[in-house]
Design a protein around this ligand. Sequence first.
Ligand code: SAH
Ligand code: SF4
Ligand code: F3S
Length: 449
Amino acid sequence: MINKAFIQTFGCQMNEYDSEKIIDLLKNHFAAEATLAADQADILIMNTCSIREKAQEKVFSLLGKWKKLKQKNPDILIAVGGCVASQEGDAIIKRAPYVDIVFGPQTLHKLPHLVSESKLHKKRVVDIKFYKNEKFSYLPNAIDIKPTAFVSIMEGCNKFCAFCVVPYTRGEELSRPVEDILDEIVHLTQKGVSEINLLGQNVNAYKSQLVNGKQVKFSFLLELIALIDEVKRIRFTTSHPIDFDADLINVITSDSKFGSYLHLPIQSGSNKILKAMKRGYSREYFLKIVEKLKSRNPKLSLSSDFIVGFPGETASDFEETLNVIDHVGFDHSFSFLYSPRPGTPASMLNDEVSIEEKQRRLEILQAKINSNAQRISQDMVGSVEKVLIENLSKKNKNEITGRTENNKWVNLPGDHQFIGKIIEVQITHAMSNSLRGRMALPAQERIYA
Ligand code: SAH
Ligand code: SF4
Ligand code: F3S
């Protein structure tokens, strides 16, 4: 019924993960294959994001293009999923009547069924309900394997930050059963995966229990995963400062499998703005976590999310954010201008700061973080780093590429035998977005893990 599927993904890693699962579901049900050519597909799928206005605008502009493809070939199905679908539901079909299927992040496992229903009955179908944990039990094991894999451990959010749509689009926090997570990870390692990247809107809000009733929180889940020998590295995204307890700090600084990198969103360095954002922590609380982490692992690299120009942000509030960046030395960021989202409490707030001033602040913030990143990279020149090799380099097939423990990309001469292995690399150059290096050890000793 479906031979070729084209998928366009917007938004976060959760959506990237969901898109991979969507393709795997279609492969399993229809023996379909993914195509990169939209004009050759039988189904066009859009996995949408509504975190900022710009992300949402992309949906209808791309749908406009797909409408033309459908005019040429009326048999093409158009399906819209993800966070915009979850928020808008039927309204998508009202505005774009050529859309056949609307599904949400919690109903993506039903897509094969929705496809059959739409095809057989020649009708439009919408299913954006929230089914508790049902999605996880229907997701197939990954088919295409790379050395590093995402594993979803929880979804949704109960925190309701004043600016954010996620609690409305993804629903309440739901944790996946421990056994399922461990099964998926073992399956992935059997296929050759070395690095596991645990995914969730707030991974450290993870809460579950073993069959014997023992409670499992995030730090314990990490300990269980670290026991699997074949897992060489464990990363996670995104953790929230509020749920960052002492056990979690202990676990991630006690085992080298957790590397030396943490992404911990702060959003702003001003207590006034943090309060207005309803983040639930102060600047001092955040800095305390960083201090504890760095006292146990001085090499730790930190990255963060920032929102610039939240309503009421004054020049001095912004100074406080810059001040925190200096203090922590963040070396990477996801930083954006505040975007008012319909239905969120912050969208009702008065905003007097001009767009030009906000843009100026964002540029200053990003320049500061880039200069931190340059300094950290420069300081790494000459050092020997453990690098997990992920691929052959895209630009040069005689080179390989991988990431250091503090999450920096390194390119070096090498071949496919090192893919999926951790090797020791001497860093020789710091470039603007990556490092260059060479194997640090003689041939027979190169593979560390
Ligand atoms: N749960 C994570 C973040 C998930 S959303 C946390 O709270 O730590 C990813 C990022 O999108 C947020 O950290 C925030 O920086 C950004 N974001 C969310 N809503 C936004 C909005 N309305 N305008 C601009 N950026 C936003
Ligand atoms: Fe959004 Fe806040 Fe939840 Fe993060 S914690 S997903 S920013 S509501
Ligand atoms: Fe976007 Fe939804 Fe992710 S709003 S950032 S796709 S959770």
